[in-house]
Write a protein that binds this ligand. Structure first.
Ligand code: LLP
Length: 460
């Protein structure tokens, strides 16, 4: 049996007796046959497992888990956490509406983000969401005016920038003085003074989020210590602080790094903030969904025409941006295990016309033939949500596996759907090109199974 990297096994991707990689009980080759490739495949039970692990670790403290929707915004995924009692952390009206549409009660939604527009703030107040994490004095004034005009009061926390380096990739660090997020910690008392005087706001506490994929707990410790000191100071100034938002950032294994130990994280929270008597929220995204997803792709060819071999896939950087954007590592395995082929070191690439369209350099893989399937692991977070239609490649479908059940939870758009919002301007409508006969019926090679309503049949 071929060994599966930790980044995949952690999300419940296992090999069956024929050495085929499965999402829980469902072989991935069956999903590829039904839905086509590329496709995202998510494992619902692994998502629930991650949620319960975190919830259990934090159980002794008054903590609400608010799932960070940006990690994976599919309605079915949000619903999974809603069913478990989670709230949601959103950063746009679009995400807020997704959370509401998936059944998360408004009171359990926290609205974060550095540039909320007046229209977004108005929509949040209108929806009666639980808390707005305010990131600037400008936003504080805008929100106050919006709420006051509607004769409403909105619960707020001030997002604090603690100037702590999260020790993660510089692209996903958010809590240092160089980052655009929050309000510098030494300026927060003055902002509290202002907030306490403005109408329409109920000042509840503070929020902090220092970054993402945080492996080492020490930065959390440093940031939460500073928050505890700040809370003491603010209380000394006469403010009532009954809520602290801990942010997200808990790491998952991609390569050899460990999954952050939820119990050890809980111990940090208890030690630094546990005695303050505050209700807390935590905003994990990646930790809950990252391991539980793969990007399923097919080999177009093993290309031997250059100095070193390239494995060309039908998935590309537009489908999974993280390697191109952050040089992020993702495990890659053949769906059919021990193929008996000699392993070689190969650059794994997509078909896009950019040299950054690379999933991995010098990766050891069997010599895979055209048509073989591979799974790119740990792609459940910031995979589909960061994807685009670059090169006019349709967004890839998303498939949810729950035990032995399978459903397409986002279908692959047809060509017509992909261009459906585009219009020729009126002055081009009568130009000669418009007199051409319509395109002949083209084979739908680029859009395999675009019309497939769902993949229930795959489970039969
Ligand atoms: N709360 C706030 C205010 C955030 O900005 C974020 C993530 C989270 C929670 C959730 O963080 P998580 O638990 O998922 O680490 N695209 C990057 C990650 C960007 C994270 C942005 N903020 C990546 O693919 O690594």
């Amino acid at each position: 049996m071929t060994v599966i990297p930790h980044g995949l096994s952690n999300g419940g991707f296992v090999r069956d007796l024929t050495d085929t990689l499965c999402a829980d009980a469902v072989p991935l080759d069956r999903i590829a046959a039904e839905v086509g490739t590329p496709a995202y495949v998510y494992n619902a039970r692994a998502m629930r497992r991650a949620y319960r692990t975190l919830e259990a670790a934090l159980a002794a403290m008054p903590v609400t888990v608010c799932y960070a929707v940006k990690a994976n915004a599919n309605l079915a995924v949000i619903r999974i956490f809603g069913e478990l009692g989670a709230g949601a952390d959103v950063v746009s009206v679009g995400e807020m509406r997704r959370a509401l549409a998936a059944g998360i009660p408004a009171a359990r939604i926290v609205f974060s983000g550095v540039g909320k527009t007046e229209a977004e703030l108005a929509a949040a107040v209108e929806a009666g969401i639980g808390q707005v994490n305010v990131e600037s004095t400008g936003e504080l004034r805008r929100l106050s005016a919006v709420a006051d005009a509607k004769q409403r009061t909105v619960d707020i926390a001030i997002r604090v920038n603690p100037d702590v380096d999260a020790g993660t990739l510089k692209e996903i660090t958010t809590g240092t003085a160089n980052d655009k997020f929050g309000i510098a910690i030494d300026r927060v008392p003055a902002v509290f003074e202002l907030a306490a005087r403005l109408p329409g706001l109920a000042l509840r506490g503070v929020a902090v989020h220092i970054g993402s994929q945080i492996v080492d707990l020490q930065p959390y410790h440093n940031a939460y210590r500073r928050i505890a000191d700040l809370v003491g100071r603010l209380r000394g100034d006469g403010h009532v602080i009954d809520h602290i938002d801990l942010g997200g950032g808990l790491a998952i294994p991609y390569d050899r790094e460990p999954r952050v130990d939820a119990a050890a994280f809980a111990a940090v929270v208890r030690e630094t903030l546990g005695s303050l008597g505050c209700h807390m929220t935590i905003e994990p995204g990646r930790y809950l969904v990252g391991s539980a997803g793969v990007l399923l792709a097919r080999v177009v060819e093993w290309k031997e025409d250059l100095a070193r071999p390239f494995l060309v896939l039908d998935a590309a950087m537009n489908d999974l941006m993280r390697p191109a954007l952050y040089k992020a590592y993702h495990p890659i395995v053949a769906v059919r295990g021990d193929t008996g082929e000699v392993t070689a070191e190969v650059d794994v690439v997509g078909p896009i016309c950019e040299s950054t369209d690379v999933f991995a350099r010098a990766r050891a893989l069997p010599h895979l033939k055209a048509g073989s399937l591979v799974a790119i692991g740990a792609a459940g977070a910031y995979g589909a949500t960061l994807s685009s239609e670059y090169n006019s490649r349709p967004l890839v479908p998303e498939v949810l596996v729950d035990g032995d059940r399978v459903a397409v939870v986002r279908k692959r758009p047809s060509f017509e759907e992909m261009v459906g919002l585009e219009r020729l301007p009126p002055w081009m409508e009568d130009s000669p090109a418009a007199d051409r006969p319509p395109d002949p019926e083209l084979p739908n090679a680029e859009f395999p199974n675009a019309e497939l309503p769902n993949a229930e049949r795959a489970a039969e």
